[in-house]
Ligand binder design. Structure first.
Ligand code: GSH
Length: 219
């Protein structure tokens, strides 16, 4: 039996949940939070940085959201399509996965971290630099979508893109005039049933977003 350790508001937990939900893979969700110190202790024991999500397949720990998706694709026949079988196409998808982690989610993380570090006086220069880097990533993604079109189906790139674009839009809104393809793709991603489920399950936790979350009705 699979166990996934994470939190419903965590973008990287979503990244691992999306393929599990999409393929109806049976698993037990192990919540991280003050009520479950045992789950926290287990994540600390099994992962190099104490970060989640963590997947346990029996006794085997699998960490890093991308690592979990790769593991599901490799070990579960129903998850095989998460990565293309053609090696060059798979390499391309892995490259795109890095774009979302390193240039979208990482810059959201910089803004979040600035607010955690100094809640009453966050470092405005750091926030401005992160927002600028995020806007640059939007420009690249808009051009990429123009060249390749929206990826179909739920794959590694969908799992990476949906949570990172969801939260990025809270930090630097993806304007429909400047980035129409990216805004449309974000909306399409949020309409996918496994993504919509993650968005809904996270709604009660929006107050946890350090820079301040938008209205609960706004995705
Ligand atoms: N590179 C990791 C990043 C995981 C990560 O940053 N997780 C966050 C939650 S979204 C976390 O564990 N935060 C708690 C902490 O850093 O102590 C992955 O892809 O899984």
């Amino acid at each position: 039996m699979l166990q996934l350790f994470g939190h419903p508001f965590s973008s990287y937990t979503w990244k691992a949940l999306i393929p599990l939900y999409d393929h109806a893979v049976p698993f037990t969700f192990r919540m991280l939070g003050p009520d479950h110190p045992e789950n926290y202790a287990l994540v600390q024991r099994h992962t190099p940085a104490g970060k989640f999500p963590l997947l346990l397949d029996g006794e085997k720990p699998v960490f890093e959201a991308t690592g979990i998706i790769e593991y599901l694709a490799a070990t579960r026949p129903e998850c095989r399509a998460l990565l293309p079988t053609d090696p060059a196409a798979a390499a391309h998808m892995r490259m795109l996965d890095r774009v979302f982690d390193n240039y979208v989610m990482a810059n959201v993380g910089r803004v979040v971290q600035a607010h955690i570090t100094a809640p009453t006086a966050p470092d405005q220069a750091e926030i401005a630099a992160a927002r600028q880097a995020l806007a640059r990533a939007y420009g690249w993604l808009e051009t990429w979508l123009g060249a390749e079109g929206e990826p179909a189906s739920v794959t590694l790139v969908t799992c990476a893109a949906a949570p990172s674009l969801f939260y990025a839009d809270w930090v630097v809104p993806i304007a429909t005039d400047a980035h129409p393809r990216l805004a449309a793709w974000r909306a399409a991603l949020l309409a996918l049933p496994p993504v919509a489920r993650c968005v809904d399950d996270a709604r009660p936790y929006r107050a946890l977003f350090p820079p301040g979350a938008p209205n609960p009705d706004r995705d």
